[in-house]
Design a protein around this ligand. Sequence first.
Ligand SMILES: Cc1cc2nc3c(=O)[nH]c(=O)nc-3n(C[C@H](O)[C@H](O)[C@H](O)COP(=O)(O)O)c2cc1C
Length: 158
Amino acid sequence: MAIGRDEFRAALAHFASGVTVVTTRDDEGYLHGITVSAFCSLSLNPPLILICIDKRTGSHYAFTESKFFVVNILHEKQQHYADRFASNLPNKFERIEFLTNAKGIPILKDALVNLECELINSYNNGDHTIFVGQIERTVINDGKPLIYFSGNYHKIKR
Ligand SMILES: Cc1cc2nc3c(=O)[nH]c(=O)nc-3n(C[C@H](O)[C@H](O)[C@H](O)COP(=O)(O)O)c2cc1C
């Protein structure tokens, strides 16, 4: 028998991760961005990553429509980006500095890393969809990542 929601949350809260904002664009040209910690490296050759998006989010449909997305790994100074893109504000990109790439997808300026991806596969699992992206281009900046652990944001001390 499967464990319940509370036990799942309590166990998974012990896993520390970085924080990303994943961006895309829907068929009508509207920009979407969502705070995502369910991101991981999948394959070196070819270079693949995966993200898991809740089907109940407002942006889920945009990830199924678009062939492209960008994973922006947040810098430790960008907790306000994590808060903003986890909210249901109507225009999350207001007062956010970004460029758009050749596919029209937002690239957040000053993120620690930008990974420009082409959607290769998606898999329906439980209440989330796994989207697999092949990395086409990266930007890597100096600094340290924002960390999410036990329901709070942290900085790496060193
Ligand atoms: C630290 C953090 C990590 C999150 N990770 C994920 C995630 O991996 N996948 C997901 O679907 N939602 C995740 N969320 C929740 C979404 O960011 C949130 O539901 C967002 O408001 C969805 O935006 P939308 O409804 O405009 O698409 C996370 C939120 C926070 C604060």
